[in-house]
Design a protein around this ligand. Structure first.
Ligand code: MSP
Length: 637
């Protein structure tokens, strides 16, 4: 008997933000893979880990902004992540939190072990530090002297810290990656890492003085310091298995695979293998790296107000339609673009039309012709072969995280079955004919195979389909070999087709209409206003402005006073956005201003313009900002 296991992790997500499309996507992928492996190996051999990363500057700052203690803040946001995964039907075996005691102990133990082995030393370092990124930048990495991510000027910091001797392991790591071609996959990320490793690898600063950062795990060999982000976060992958002594560690670590997006490639492909090596631990097997979700070609970002919330979409279109869309749309390793219109198009075409109609059609005929019972007949050769081919293709693609390909292979089978029905037209035939029975039996049995193949991707839909087909087997017990041999046995189980509900309702295209635009103070009515001419539009002078500073207005819950720059001119603008954008979040932002609005006094302050923002149905408001940095004063046309 094989003792093969499967251990898969997602990144642990920072609690300085609430879950968005990107976090949901990785976790949905991991859930899909875990379910697929449960098929292969049985549920007890599979372990799926996710969780939250709760220490560091960013989190301490986010907590300070809400007036909570860091721990209370982390508890609250971590709870939101857990609740979101539950509502999306994601079922990790464990949700780890880096503020838990066992994790902290494991981090300290690992640090001590590496310190004792001589790979951590005390030294001094000075450099340009971005507080938003919690890292030092080299001059080369900065863009016009600013952080490429936050567009803020970094601060020069010089301090003594602890360093991890990474450089020492550079050749060993290159060698390991060369000898294990699928250590990092897909290949483009392996190449990226190898090319990065052509330059000398610097040692890694792994601490922060406690005087500057309290919210972290103290170094066991110097309590004046706390660990810096990565030495804390990465260790979750083994602390979750009760390293060093845990049985789970023995059982699952040998089969470890990580799933991440490309943003955290370097820590996972370089720091983590070297940490493991320095501690004398075996390496993980594969690092699987997916691309980034973009919104209209731009990075999803809170400051740009383009954050997609998974629960909003799940509430609007259903959990499984959302899940299907993201799994089908993104090619593994490449970036993808998210749009609600594309989601609706796929939902209507693939789910409601191709799959939903096939399912309803077959089940309704069986009900009408045979009172829901279907007696065993020989399976149609062509469909039996099509199922075999699909099983092979789906398995091969799924194993390497190519979920889009796997779903395309399932939909090939759906199309083949639809074509088969159109060719044979059972609805025009005599139910008593042996041939009619062959056709409907074969179509029903193919639907059963489709449901089983679909289970890792769309578990609820698969279960509903099997229920409808009168074959409600506890899916995880279906042995993978049975699926591979695609034995046809529906008839022999005497299943009875159930009442048929449509699998997916069609969505009217209008449901995906974009949110109405709202201004900083008053909302434009939701109905489309009377049409205007281009000349009328041109009378509105829209400009890009840079916020210099923002201050609260005493006595006002909603208003915030902004100093903004338009080229060489400075202005004061009052915006009713304080509840959505607190004063401390404004400085450095570029906004869109209605620059020729007649000045008005708000709370005694003269406001010279109006800030543009968008509001959705739930009342969430986001600022409109330029998609790329552009000089202040630029005209919006
Ligand atoms: N806490 C660290 C990870 C530590 S792992 C030991 C971190 N957290 S994060 O909250 O920023 O999450 C990053 C991860 O979220 C990405 O690697 C990816 O899994 C997911 N995504 C966040 N935004 C994303 C997109 N726009 N698109 C796809 N996935 C992205 O980094």
């Amino acid at each position: 008997m094989s003792h093969e296991t499967f251990y898969l992790t997602t990144p642990i997500y920072y609690v300085n933000a609430t879950p968005h499309l990107g976090h949901a996507y990785t976790t949905i992928m991991a859930d899909t893979m875990a379910r697929f492996q449960q098929f292969r190996l049985g549920p007890e051999r599979v372990y799926f880990l996710t969780g939250t990363d709760e220490h560091g500057d960013k989190i301490a700052q986010a907590a300070a902004q809400t007036g909570e203690s860091p721990q209370a803040y982390a508890d609250r946001i971590s709870g939101i992540f857990q609740e979101t995964w539950r509502r999306l039907g994601l079922a990790p075996n464990q949700f780890i939190r880096t503020t838990s005691e066992p994790h902290k102990r494991a981090v300290q133990r690992l640090l001590q072990q590496i310190y004792d082995a001589g790979d951590i030393y005390f030294g001094e370092y000075g450099g340009q530090y971005c507080f938003g990124c919690e890292r030092f930048y080299t001059e080369k990495e900065l863009q016009d002297g600013r952080c490429p991510d936050h567009q803020t000027t970094p601060t020069f910091i010089k301090e003594q810290n602890y360093f991890f001797r990474m450089g020492k392991y550079q050749d060993w790591l290159i060698d390991h990656i060369r000898h294990h071609p699928d250590f990092i996959r897909p290949e483009r990320f392996r190449n990226e890492v190898l090319s990065f490793l052509k330059d000398p690898l610097e040692d890694l600063c792994i601490s922060r003085p406690r005087t500057r950062l309290e919210w972290g795990i103290p170094l066991p060999f110097d309590v004046q310091y706390v660990t810096y982000v990565w030495f804390d976060a990465l260790v979750n992958y083994i602390s979750a298995l009760d390293w060093p002594d845990g049985e789970a560690f023995q059982r699952f670590w040998p089969s470890a695979q990580h799933l991440i997006a490309k943003d955290i490639l370097k820590p996972h492909a370089i720091y983590w293998p070297i940490i493991l090596k320095a501690a004398g631990l075996p390496l993980y097997r594969h690092l699987n790296v997916h691309g980034y979700w973009k919104i209209e070609e731009a990075k999803m970002s809170k400051s740009r107000g383009s954050v997609v919330r998974p629960l909003d979409l799940a509430d609007k279109y259903g959990v499984e339609a959302f899940r299907y869309f993201v799994l089908r749309e993104m090619t593994f390793g490449l970036d993808a673009s998210f749009s609600e219109e594309a989601l609706v198009a796929r939902l209507n075409a693939d789910l409601a039309n191709d799959l939903g109609n096939l399912y309803s059609r077959v089940l309704k005929l069986i009900q009408r012709y045979y009172d829901g019972r279907i007696s065993e007949s020989p399976g149609e050769r062509g469909l039996v072969d099509a199922v075999r081919a699909a099983v092979t293709d789906v398995t091969a693609a799924t194993e390497r995280f190519a979920f889009s390909e796997a779903l395309a292979a399932i939909w090939n089978l759906v199309s083949a079955t639809n074509k088969y029905l159109v060719t044979n037209e059972p609805w025009k035939q005599d139910p008593g004919d042996a041939r009619t029975k062959v056709v409907l039996f074969s179509a029903a049995e193919t639907l059963r195979a489709i449901a089983i193949l679909l289970w890792p991707f769309l578990p609820q839909t698969a279960e509903r389909m099997l229920q409808g087909l009168g074959a409600p087997e506890p899916l995880t017990s279906i042995h993978f070999d049975e699926l591979l041999s695609s034995s046809w046995h529906l008839g022999s189980r005497q299943g009875r087709v159930q009442e048929v509900e449509p699998l997916f309702p069609r969505i009217q295209a209008t449901a995906a209409k974009p949110s109405p635009v709202k201004t900083g103070s008053t909302a434009v009515p939701e109905t489309v206003a009377d049409q205007i001419t281009i000349e009328e539009f041109r009378r509105v002078d829209l400009r890009v402005a840079e916020v210099i500073e923002a201050t609260a207005i005493p006595g006002s819950k909603k208003l915030v006073k902004l100093r903004v720059r338009l080229q060489d001119e400075e202005r004061t603008v009052v915006a009713g956005l304080k509840e959505h954008y607190p004063p401390e979040s404004w400085a450095g932002k570029r906004i869109i201003l209605v620059a020729n609005l007649r000045p008005t006094k708000l709370m005694g302050i003269a406001s010279q313009g109006m800030v543009l923002a968008a509001e959705d149905e739930s009342g969430r408001i986001v600022l409109l900002t330029p998609e790329q940095p552009i000089s202040s004063g630029s005209k919006v046309r």
